[in-house]
Design a protein around this ligand. Structure first.
Ligand SMILES: Nc1nc2c(c(=O)[nH]1)N[C@H]1C(S)=C(S)[C@@H](COP(=O)(O)O)O[C@H]1N2
Ligand SMILES: [Mo]
Length: 528
């Protein structure tokens, strides 16, 4: 039997087709691989959404990438993608996975064992990522369930698809045989269901909890915004930033799902007595309302990462007083539900500024993205050393004894906000009629206060801008300026601020890392 077989199917293929398809086309293999991975991920994601405190496999891999990313890469990502850095990261993880799965599928047409091994290895990476995911609040065993399920379902789907492929390729005509199509549709449906379940249950508990909360009337209400604080320049950012417009910066790929019921704030460490507060107990304490302007260290000169809101909450100094701070302590390490940490000087939490554990933002319970049910807000310090969202733990300690999330990543432990100013109007390349060149923006020097803002056109002399009424030194201050004898053509507007301490902004450019930017903001515009 040299070279001849009695298998009728093989024989018929050899004899009836000259250009015999000995294996399925590469794209059918790629499709099989991608669908198998998608089925697994969809199942894992849906199951993760149903389990409280369990991240999805894609999330765990993304979280690992975030935690392992060198600070330079993070700076680059923030610069390039801004607040879209999360979708970009998730997209990157998904694209890489799809690519690897496609390759596995292509190989699997002829070597199913190798494909199976490859998919198993990829899956085990997700299992390993889940095993060390800091954001998980459920038990380790439960945290592994979604990724293990992902591996099992992916492998099963891959086996089904490769088998159907192998069977369909033996049919002479057509590449997408009915069996393969059926398998594709079945798995596609699973992916869609997985997506929907994830959407519906991802933060269901926190959403429901937030909907049921009525904020009590604060004992100390914020006074109304003084007249003249909001200057009258078309296009300037509103003095109080609406919740939906407030910048968001954090490492949370999925917003932690923390219902207020069952939430607990623990205050411990170098204290006389450990304090544990439920959300109810926190609401029953005397609440205060303060307008405070938050600022992110990643804000480039002229950038959007700051916002001003009315925060409702309990002053941190009242909470610390209740616990009784021991002598020798100089820091408070705060931890979130997703195990992110910040280190704040004890002094900033106990001096005259209004550092708070906030539960309300602009009159509403905190939005989920801004830390529901509770967060820290500290005037005058960058968010990464102070503004812990989804707060669960305050540990009174010493800077010598710990490092926080960003201080292990080349950022300074102490990070007061650098005073600065921004042009809101003109927008880049905005055109004005010559008789109405009215510009404006914001300046901030939290806890110190803005004394003066100056602008200049091109390389002309500095001219004093008109300041809006000061609200408090913890908030930004608006400014406006009118160019009365505007000359037609293209121009550059530059701004600089001076604080009440007499310091004027330097033109020297400092980068984001290790402790925030400096430099003047300039915008080009045109006069007709
Ligand atoms: N849990 C948690 N809290 C966090 C962060 C984070 O990554 N995780 N980022 C901080 C940073 S860097 C900033 S600037 C502020 C931003 O707060 P916002 O998103 O409400 O504007 O939150 C801080 N709190
Ligand atoms: Mo930040």
């Amino acid at each position: 039997m040299f070279g001849f077989t009695t298998n009728p199917r093989v024989r018929s293929r050899r004899t009836t087709c000259v250009n015999t398809i000995t294996r399925s086309p590469w794209w059918a293999g790629a499709l099989a691989g991608v669908l198998a991975a998608a089925a697994g991920v969809a199942t894992g994601t849906a199951v993760a959404a149903l389990l409280n405190g369990v991240p999805s496999p894609i999330e765990s891999v993304g979280n690992r990438a975030i935690d392992l990313a060198p600070p330079m890469l993070k700076d680059f990502a923030v610069e390039q993608f801004g607040t879209h850095d999360k979708p970009v990261l998730i997209g990157g993880v998904v694209a890489t996975l799809a690519l690897l799965a496609a390759v596995a599928g292509i190989i699997g047409r002829t070597r199913p064992a190798i494909a199976t091994g490859g998919v198993a290895v990829i899956g085990l990476i997700a299992v390993a990522a889940a095993a060390v995911d800091r954001t998980a609040t459920a038990s380790r065993a439960l945290t592994l369930v979604p990724s293990l399920l992902t591996v099992v379902v992916s492998l099963a789907a891959l086996a089904i698809l490769l088998t159907t492929l192998r069977r369909t390729r033996e049919a002479p005509a057509g590449l997408l045989r009915r069996d393969f199509l059926k398998a594709v549709i079945g798995i596609g449906a699973l992916v869609v269901v997985g997506g929907i379940v994830n959407k519906l249950y991802g933060t269901a508990a926190a959403v429901a909890s937030r909907a049921g909360i009525r904020l009590p009337k604060p004992a100390v209400a914020a006074p109304p915004v003084p007249a003249g604080t909001q200057v009258d320049v078309t296009g300037i950012s509103p003095y109080v930033t609406a919740n939906r417009d407030f910048y968001r910066v954090d490492t949370a790929l999925r917003i932690p799902d923390v219902p207020a019921e069952g939430w607990n704030l623990r205050i411990h460490g170098m204290v006389d007595n450990e304090v544990n507060l439920s959300f109810r107990e926190l609401l029953d304490m005397p609440l205060a309302e303060h307008r405070i302007t938050l600022t992110c260290v990643s804000n480039e000169v002229g950038g959007p990462y700051l916002g001003n809101a009315v925060w409702t909450g309990v002053l941190v100094k009242d909470l610390l007083e209740q616990a009784g701070v021991k002598s020798g302590a100089d820091a408070v390490k705060s931890t979130s539900a997703d195990k992110w940490t910040a280190g704040t000087p004890l002094e900033a939490l106990t001096d005259e500024r209004n550092s708070m554990v906030a539960i309300g933002m602009n009159g509403e319970p905190l939005p989920l993205a801004h830390g529901f049910p509770a967060r820290l807000v500290v005037p005058g310090l960058y968010g990464y050393v102070s503004a812990t969202k989804w707060l669960t733990d305050l540990e009174v300690t010493r800077f010598a004894d710990f490092k926080a999330y960003w201080t292990t990543r080349q950022y300074d432990a102490l990070a007061p906000i650098k005073f600065s100013s921004r042009i809101d109007v003109p927008k880049s390349f905005q055109t004005f009629p010559a008789d109405r060149v009215r510009v404006g923006g914001v300046a901030w020097a939290q806890t110190v206060g803005i004394e003066q803002v100056e602008v200049r056109v091109d390389k002309g002399p500095w001219q004093v801008a008109k300041l809006g009424t000061e609200d408090t030194v913890e908030t930004w201050r608006q400014w406006s300026w009118q160019w009365d004898d505007a000359t037609p053509g293209n121009h550059t507007l530059t701004v600089r601020a001076t604080t009440k301490d007499g310091d004027t902004q330097t033109s020297d450019r400092a980068s984001i890392r290790p402790n925030g930017t400096t430099g003047w903001h300039s915008v080009q515009f045109r006069v007709e």
